[in-house]
Structure formats: C-alpha cells, structure tokens
Design a binder for this molecule. Sequence first.
Ligand code: ADP
Length: 366
Amino acid sequence: MIALESAELFCLLQPEEIAALRQVVDERTFQVGQEVFREGEPGDGAYVVKAGRVDISGQVNPDTRKVFSSIGPGELFGEMAVLEQLPRSACATAAQPTTVYFLPRAEMVSLIERSPVLAAALLRLISRRLREFNQHYLHEVVQAERLAAVGRFARSIVHDLKNPLNIISLTADMFCKPEAPADLRAAAQGRIQKQVGRINDLITDILQFSQADPGTARVPVSYAEFIASLTVELAPELEAISVRLAGAPTAPATILNLDVKRLRRVFHNLVLNATEAMPSSGTITLRFRQDAREVVTEIADTGPGIAPEMAEKLFQPFATHGKNHGSGLGLSICKKIVEDHGGRIWGRNDPAGGAVFAFALPLPTA
Ligand code: ADP
C-alpha cells in the first residue's frame, strides 16, 4: 500500500500541495477483472495505484487483446488521455484486488501548471515509458521477423521436397506395376533414384546450413597438401563432364587451422556451381595468393558469369537464379564455413568473362 505523498510523481510536491491534493483525490476500489476505464471513454482524470495491480491492454484484432504494461503500487496511469484531451486509447483492468487514487482532469492540469517540478517529472516519466515501449516493440519485431524467417525456411523446404516426391509417386504409380515392360521399369527406377538423390542433396544442404561450428574440429594442416588431396578427389568427377581443372599445384604450403571436412564442402559447392554454369564444357582455374595475414583462394570459371539478379544477394540463404533445382543454400553454407574459420568470401565477374569466387583464410596467429 502506497500513501499519496509517496507515489512516484507526488513525492516531489511540498506538504501544503499534498494537503491540497488530498482534498480533490478520491479513492476507488476494483475487483480482479473489473475495468478501471476502457478504450474510447473520455480522459476524465489520472490514476495512481494505491494497492494491487492494473493491466493496460489494447485490442490487437477483434479476438485478441494484448497487455502491454502492468502498473504497480505508487505508479501513475491514465495520464495521456488527460494531457491530450483525447478519449482513452487503451483499457485498464484490475489484475489483482486494487485500490487507486483518482485525480480529476482539471485538478491534474492545474497541478502541472502550478508545479514545474511536477511537469518535468511527468515528462521524464512519459519519456521513460516511451523508451520502454520502443524496446518492447523492437523485441516483438525481432521475434516476428524470426518467426517469419522460420516460416519462409519451412515453406521453401516443403516446396523443394514436394516436387521430387510428386515425381517419385507418379513414376511409381505409372511404371512400377508388374505388368509394365522391363525397359519402362528400369527407366522408372533411374528416375526415382535421381529424385531420391535430389532429396538427399537438399537434406545434406539443410543439415550443413543449420550445423553449429564446434570449433574443435580445426587442426593445423598444410594448405598445399589439403588442395592436392582435394584435386585428386575432384578430378574424375570433372573429367566426366569435360571440365578441366587448371592451376592446382601452386597452393602455398602454409600451415592453416582448418576444419578439413567442412572446408572440403566449400570447394565442392563452389566447383559444383562452376560446373553447373558451364554445362557443355569449360575450365576451372584455382589461384592462390598469400600476404602477411591470410591466404586467398580463387576459383574462376569460363561460364557466363554471375547474373545481375544475383549480384546483391549471392550469399543469402535460398537465393537462387537460373537453375531448375537450386536450393539457394550452397553459397550461404560456404559463407558460414569460411566465416567460422575467421575468413571472408566474395564473388565477382571477371571482365574477361566467367565468374570468380574467392575466399580468404587467416594465417594462424603466433
Ligand atoms: P544454388 O546453386 O542452389 O542456386 P547457391 O547458393 O550455390 O545456390 O548459388 C546461388 C546462385 O548464385 C545460383 O543459383 C547462381 O545463379 C549463382 N552462381 C553461383 N555460382 C555461380 C557461378 N560460378 N557462375 C554463375 N552464377 C553462379
């Protein structure tokens, strides 16, 4: 229970002002759930909670009311409609058995006019509430944006999974019956396997995308040896699609702290993108340079280059362009892995033609 002279604003008043206030203030009690005032009612006065608690709420939509602040003993509420001379913009409801001091509008206004100390304190109070409201609002916006991102993520995955699943289902219905000719069944089997492969790739991408960096898997590795083993691994795949790999042997023999498994994924994604950009044939050139701080690796191709539509969003999750079945996750996975290594990644078009993707990995600190 809070005495009038101890309330957050009135504690600033002189004893004679408090005595005058007592003459005009009247006490009101409310049961739990009872409204002190509701939206649209005239702002006939301000309230201070003597005991109990009052929730201030607003109608968010026809079915939902949201409590945006809770007022406890000694705190003022209902002052805004009084100051603005406008109807109440929110509803005040007793959240506990509550007693309030009610100060009629005319007395409240004359008190403010008479007491600059009170006016300044009121300004501070309103400014603090605005700040709290802004923070609360910002938090809500961030939460809503997170939820929306999860929604977009889920929609995109569902969409990408539905397509191959439909193809599998149709193919199984039409061509896998015992009476279907053997050649059609064999073709159907191939088609189903291809779609299962697509689903598998997508799931691998999503797992990679959501994988947290344990940080513990990074070990000192000779970059030259890492690149040598990687090119041995990539060569047969590239040969099969008439893509030539050039420039591999020149990687620096510097020791870097690498999560080999994840960094291999960066190369696979970048090389895969390059080969997809050169469907008939072409050349991928690996280039390296090192300075006092980092080793930069460039993967250049002889494809058509990065489409202008992608320029601003290359590394954004789900950004894809010009591919039938692109998940749009490949480059964002590369970015995450490189950044987990303390590095940076970028892409550009070579004026002479083709795209160049490059990433920098930091040298280990002494
Ligand atoms: P996805 O390959 O699934 O579309 P990525 O994140 O790997 O997703 O790539 C995003 C987009 O960037 C691709 O759809 C493509 O338009 C563009 N891109 C990536 N690599 C290249 C490249 N080497 N040449 C041209 N465009 C590229």
